[in-house]
Design a protein around this ligand. Structure first.
Ligand code: MLT
Length: 240
């Protein structure tokens, strides 16, 4: 049975994959863990980096006796998929990059991450639950999506959120590795994404040999919640 690992983004947890998981065929073994410092997974006593998240997930799959598997990463989850493809390309059977990009942060972006990290450490992640959900969705989010995002972000671990923000700020440029990616890739771009510009997702997809680009016309940054039928259908097509 093929295994599909679903990696959530920032500052979220495994619950954002629930609508897609509900729609995937039962012939696929699906795993959607909380990343370290997110959801129910404790923050480890190390500096988190994209490589560190990737190693954690590779070990998780070792523990389950799964040598080779498919991976879908949402946004920061996509940055982690790039790290997995750098560290252990032979273990990735195919990948999906959902609302993600290859480019790293610029200086201004890194400063903003640090500001967010310090504020979350001081006052908790509650303010993000007030600001991020509206920014994360397209013009007409399906009922319940904003509530799901608010609930997930309100539950976030402040120190885990700060660590993730700093890990994203320090992530390397994945552009140089795109041309060498040898497994099948599906990239999803939300036409109304206000967090990761869809043009950056498109450029990423164009740089990967043979990658399929799927436009999510009714989505902002979270197509797995906004268009779960489409995302599940494409993931089912990727996983052989
Ligand atoms: C995410 O959705 O994981 C993050 O918003 C991505 C980012 O801020 O670069």
């Amino acid at each position: 049975m093929a295994t599909l690992l679903l990696i959530h983004g920032f500052p979220l947890d495994r619950r954002i994959w629930t609508p897609v998981m509900d729609r995937l065929p039962s012939a696929i073994s699906v795993l959607a863990p909380d990343l370290p410092g997110c959801g129910a997974t404790p923050l480890p006593p190390v500096t988190l980096t994209m490589d560190e998240y990737a190693r954690h997930l590779l070990q998780l799959m070792d523990g389950r006796g799964v040598p080779k598997f498919y991976v879908a990463g949402h946004s920061m989850g996509g940055y982690i998929l790039f790290a997995m493809l750098r560290l252990a390309p032979e273990r990735i059977a195919g990948g999906a990059l959902v609302s993600s990009r290859a480019l790293p942060d610029n200086d201004e972006g890194r400063k903003t991450r640090e500001t967010v990290a310090q504020r979350v450490e001081k006052e908790g992640a509650g303010f993000l639950a007030g600001t991020m959900p509206e920014k994360a969705v397209g013009n007409e989010p399906p009922p319940g999506v904003l509530d799901t995002l608010r609930a997930v972000i309100r539950d976030a671990q402040p120190r885990g959120v700060a660590a993730a923000a700093r890990a994203m700020a320090a992530r390397p440029d994945a552009t140089p590795q795109l041309g060498a990616i040898a497994c099948p890739i599906v990239a999803f771009a939300g036409r109304q994404d206000k967090i990761v510009p869809p043009a950056e997702s498109e450029a990423m997809a164009k740089g990967i040999p043979g990658a399929k680009l799927v436009w999510c016309e009714r989505s902002g940054h979270v197509p797995m919640l906004e268009e779960p039928d489409l995302v599940a259908r494409e993931l089912a097509g990727l996983v052989k």
